[in-house]
Design a protein around this ligand. Structure first.
Ligand SMILES: [Zn+2]
Length: 214
């Protein structure tokens, strides 16, 4: 049996960080003109590794064509693929399995996980779920437990307006979020005073030109 994990990596790409779900694709060179690949869907905000497919052997040209179609279609929906290191792919898969096991999701066929490589040495500690923004920061125990409870109950938070309101972030991202909110507020206040200033100047100018507009 071929040990796919030992084959040279041909391509590793993932979709945007902080989007909740990650589409991960790992391809390895098989022979001169062939690759094997796996495409995994990992829901980092809820059920973990939830879907996988791939092919044990496909012509490189066919794979390239398929991947280009994937990239193009994703782009149309505002989703972008980015090349990453395979160690990062292993972390994502390990984290996806860790979540899925805790939630009790139907496991994805291991044969698609093997293509990513040996994940047995990836150790992830701390909170089960990680920061919704940076994907690595720790969450507060009460938030962590709440998400797991929601995931286990099968409640649909994903994609609902509620979910966009509830964002679980680590302390570092929370600080950034506050700074961003303060800057936005300051910018809004600045624009407001600039607008009022210019309105005052305009009416002053009109007054000086002899207009009496009251
Ligand atoms: Zn964070």
């Amino acid at each position: 049996m071929v040990n796919y994990a030992l084959l040279p990596v041909y391509l590793v790409e993932r979709t945007d960080v902080g989007a909740g779900s990650v589409s991960l694709i790992v391809a390895r060179s098989l022979f001169d003109n062939e690759v094997c690949f796996t495409c995994l869907l990992i829901d980092l905000w809820k059920v973990g590794l939830k879907d996988g497919f791939g092919k044990r052997s496909i012509k490189k040209s066919e794979f390239d064509e398929m991947f280009n179609v994937m990239i193009r279609d994703a782009k149309k929906c505002g989703v972008h693929y980015h090349p990453i290191d395979n160690s990062e792919a292993k972390w994502l898969v390990a984290q996806g399995i860790r979540i899925a096991e805790n939630v009790g999701t139907t496991p994805v066929n291991k044969k698609w996980v093997y293509v990513v490589g040996d994940i047995s040495r990836v150790k992830i500690g701390g909170s089960l779920y990680k920061c919704y923004r940076c994907e690595k920061g720790e969450l507060q125990p009460k938030d962590d437990e709440f998400i797991l409870e929601v995931a286990r109950s099968g409640m649909e938070l994903a994609g609902s307006p509620e979910e966009t309101k509830i964002e679980f972030v680590c302390e570092k991202c929370m600080r950034k979020k506050r700074v961003h909110a303060r800057k936005k507020k300051e910018e809004a206040q600045r624009r407001k005073s600039v607008t009022e200033d210019s309105a005052r100047r305009v009416s002053q100018g009109l007054y000086e030109k002899g207009y009496r507009l009251y």
